[in-house]
Design a protein around this ligand. Structure first.
Ligand SMILES: *Cc1c(COP(=O)(O)O)cnc(C)c1O
Length: 250
């Protein structure tokens, strides 16, 4: 196979597809070991944590190799990029992990197994209307800004408890739980309060509404082990898997 065919950027053009496979195999194995160890430390079943490989910095060709190596759940932060990659790789389960504009719901919801990043009541209502119209609820998580960084999107933690009754009544979306992003810390244990807050918020809402709310999407390359210890069911990992294999500026 010609090296250009696997879509590597020019500075890596000399990496063959088999070299790419070797690199990705090793990285997935290392991440798998770390996930399993974090589960063991927390007394959790490994099957309760899904790895979502965040492919936003790599080409569809590299994402396709990840899928072949067993990464079934792939995440994109931009809707247009999700459309493109889901079209190229329909066998993956696609997760939208970044902001969704309401005018992109029609094209995005049918392609996404889960939308992690519902960050406003307006978007939630629009997704609900879409799900009711097509008579198939849209699986979503609500994004909560537990780190309270102004640059981050999502509901404020205080916005969530008053939403309980509304969430329980929605029929066009299935609210599966919550997503958050911690602030960056060199010492990832400093992210623990952020993750614990999301879990506590979920636990209270579960009691208040009777909703199952099984999912906590939290943990990225820098902090996924701490997130698993605090109850993450979905970890979204990009850099640790794909660094140097794509357009790092994406
Ligand atoms: C890119 C991205 C990730 C992955 O982050 P890394 O630090 O590269 O592992 C996770 N979540 C969201 C929302 C992202 O945009």
């Amino acid at each position: 196979m010609h090296r250009q065919e696997i879509g590597l950027p020019h500075f890596l053009i000399r990496m063959t597809e088999s070299e790419l496979r070797t690199v990705l195999t090793d990285r997935f194995a290392a991440v798998e070991q770390r996930i399993a160890a974090a589960c063991a430390r927390a007394g959790r079943d490994r099957a309760g944590v899904t790895l979502v490989a965040a492919t936003k910095t790599v080409s569809p060709q590299v994402a396709a190799v990840a899928l072949e190596l067993g990464a079934r759940d792939l995440g994109e932060s931009r809707p247009q990029e999700l459309w493109k990659k889901a079209d190229a790789i329909p066998a993956a389960r696609w997760h939208l992990i970044g902001h969704l504009q309401r005018n992109k719901i029609d094209r995005t919801a049918p392609l996404a197994a889960l939308i992690h990043s519902v960050d406003s009541v307006r978007l939630l209502d629009a997704l609900d209307a879409f799900g009711r119209a097509r008579k198939l609820p849209v699986p979503v998580l609500l994004e909560v800004n537990c780190s309270r960084e102004p640059a981050k999107g999502g509901f404020a933690p205080a916005d969530i408890p008053p939403l309980g009754e509304k969430l329980a009544a929605l029929t066009g979306v299935t609210v599966g739980g919550f997503m958050t992003m911690a602030a960056y810390h060199d010492d990832p244990s400093l992210c623990r309060p952020t993750f614990a807050e999301l879990r506590t918020l979920r636990d209270s809402l579960r009691v208040a509404t009777g909703l199952a709310l099984p999912h906590l999407s939290m943990g990225m390359s820098n902090d996924f082990e701490v997130a698993i210890e605090e109850g993450a069911t979905l970890v979204r990992i990009g850099t640790t898997l794909f660094e140097g294999l794509g357009d790092e500026a994406a």
